[in-house]
Design a protein around this ligand. Structure first.
Ligand code: HEM
Ligand SMILES: *[C@@H]1O[C@H](CO)[C@@H](O)[C@H](O)[C@H]1NC(C)=O
Ligand SMILES: *[C@@H]1O[C@H](CO)[C@@H](O)[C@H](O)[C@H]1NC(C)=O
Length: 346
């Protein structure tokens, strides 16, 4: 079996794996779980997963990303977000990619995703290329994870060793998408709670929010801050004045919901630590960005300050938190499938 010759590390993993499957024949998702159905650790995902079955996988992903982002630099941001919206709903299982069908109620129409999430055609293009070279081998969930890393790197951000081997789900959860993905007007308490639910902590919250160093948001996602932050028809007082005036000129009180503004107005396509510097200046776009500094729970304020001062620290922590994000409840082994087309189950 090719598996055995991969490396000593993998052999050890294989041993553990086979021992456990003898101990629990027909083991499934709950194997090695924490009792909540969440798999503990991720030693069954490994960066070398496609080393023999599809060695070109990352090159193919990167060549599509290079072409696409050259034409549309925002696409890097959109793909990074797509992985996040996948992982927060049933784990990183490609569920976000499924279309409506007789058995599926798609997540694409959820509150956080409707008129907002983008990049599906890029994932489909990557998948089509991969099906030509290594058919039925690379999961859509892994393509999302690879595209998120590649997009970060192409935008000037950090690289990380990416554990692979996720399988794709046969289900989606519209309800999960509505309930698990934080809304932009969340309080800090609420953000921490929604991250904790995924096994992510306060550090992951602040660090991964740093993704908002690239990309855009629609007027409807920050309008409350401009016109009625606390039900008193007043703006959010933490907004810096000239920034606030600029925003009101592109985001009117009524209408204009889909007009977009940069999350990081200083460098919207460059992955850097400017996002944190802007928050300190009162120029963070979303309420969920601002409250990391002013929300007054835990240690998030100090993390924002540290990242604003030290980009290397931010990059290192970002790599770590992205691996944690990508390890949320993967389907592995016999669970799930490798979809032939990311938009539908086989
Ligand atoms: C902490 C809670 C978070 C909230 C409340 C939040 C909310 C939002 C909202 C409202 C938008 C704009 C969507 C639109 O107007 O169409 C957005 C964009 C974005 N989010 Fe988040 N987000 C959060 C965390 C994250 C995380 C963890 C990541 C990635 C790991 C991420 C990556 C992005 C990116 C890259 C964009 C820009 C997308 C584009 O331009 O297409 N966000 N987010
Ligand atoms: C909806 O999703 C939430 C959060 O994932 C879950 O607790 C709840 O049981 C779900 N409700 C239904 C009806 O599926
Ligand atoms: C967030 O916005 C929603 C929808 O507009 C609203 O129902 C909710 O009360 C808001 N939450 C907060 C904390 O302002």
């Amino acid at each position: 079996m090719a598996f055995l010759s991969v490396s000593f590390g993998v052999v050890v993993v294989f041993f553990l794996f086979s021992t456990l499957s003898i101990a629990f024949p027909g083991f499934s998702f709950n194997w090695g779980s924490d009792g909540n159905g969440r798999s503990v650790g991720s030693f069954h995902l490994t960066p070398e997963f496609y080393q023999y079955s599809c060695p070109q996988v990352n090159d193919i992903v990167m060549s599509v990303l290079e072409q696409v982002t050259a034409k549309d630099p925002r696409m890097a941001a959109s793909l990074l977000r797509l992985h996040f919206h996948d992982c927060f709903v049933q784990g990183c299982d490609g569920s976000v990619l499924l279309d409506d069908s007789t058995t599926i109620i798609s997540e694409k129409q959820s509150n956080p995703n409707r008129k907002s999430i983008r990049g599906f055609e890029v994932i489909n293009e990557i998948k089509a290329k991969l099906e030509e070279v290594c058919p039925l081998t690379v999961s859509c969930a892994d393509i999302l994870a690879l595209a998120a890393r590649g997009s970060t790197v192409l935008s000037g951000g950090p690289y990380w060793e990416l554990p692979l081997g996720r399988k794709d789900s046969k289900t989606a959860s519209l309800n999960g998408s509505n309930r698990n993905i934080p809304p932009p007007n969340s309080t800090l308490q609420n953000l921490i709670q929604l991250f904790n639910r995924q096994g992510l902590d306060e550090i992951d919250l602040v660090t991964l929010s740093g993704s908002h160093t690239i990309g855009m948001a629609r007027c409807v996602t920050f309008k409350q801050r401009l016109y009625n932050q606390n039900g008193n028809n007043q703006p959010d007082e933490t907004l810096e004045r000239t920034y606030y005036h600029g925003l009101t000129s592109v985001c009117p009180k009524s209408g204009g919901d889909n007009i977009i503004s940069p999350l990081d107005l200083a460098s919207p396509t460059k992955f850097d630590n400017t996002y944190f510097k802007l928050i300190i200046l009162g120029k963070g776009l979303l309420n969920s960005d601002e409250v990391l500094l002013t929300g007054n729970v835990g240690n998030t304020m100090n993390l924002v300050r540290s990242y604003a001062e030290d980009e290397v620290l931010f990059f290192n922590r970002f790599a770590i938190s992205m691996v944690k994000l990508g390890n949320i409840s993967p389907l592995t082994g016999q669970n799930g499938e490798v979809r032939k087309n990311c938009r539908r189950v086989n």
